[in-house]
Design a binder for this molecule. Structure first.
Ligand SMILES: [Zn+2]
Length: 140
């Protein structure tokens, strides 16, 4: 990519590492010597669909929507913000491990429930109560 400061095309990747479904790249401009990091993530809304028995068209899996639901069930915690982000990544890693682009709603709910239960049983109970009325795809 071009330098974000001087627009020079002479940039290079000095370091990169992958974590879960993310790749970080440390970039350097050989022209002005600026350094910055880029982050590449999977856009789940283009790769995964949620299949519900009652709906005709599958819905796209939205990370933001998932994060919102998880954060909502962690409201009783001081670390809700960071915990929700980590738990969402954990859930999406488990979704990737299914190796299929179509996820039944029930399977997704089970992954969410199991992940929340292991971290905070109260959050799992809050999520289960809300999921009864609206699944992770029907909010918003
Ligand atoms: Zn530059």
């Amino acid at each position: 990519m071009n330098c974000i400061f001087c627009d020079s095309p002479k940039t290079q990747v000095s370091n990169s590492r992958g974590r879960g479904s993310e790749v970080w790249r440390r970039r350097e401009c050989t022209q002005c010597h600026s350094v910055w990091t880029t982050r590449e993530t999977i856009d789940f809304s283009t790769s995964h669909r949620i299949i519900t028995p009652s709906q005709e068209a599958p819905e796209h899996l939205q990370r933001d929507m998932l994060l919102f639901m998880i954060r909502d069930s962690l409201q009783h915690r001081n670390d809700a913000e960071t915990a929700a982000s980590h738990l969402t990544d954990t859930i999406l890693t488990k979704v990737l491990a299914l190796k299929t682009p179509e996820i039944p709603q029930a399977a997704l709910n089970e992954i969410i429930s199991e992940t929340l239960s292991a971290y905070d049983p109260t959050a799992a109970a809050v999520y289960a109560a809300k999921a009864k009325f609206s699944g992770p795809t029907s909010l918003g």
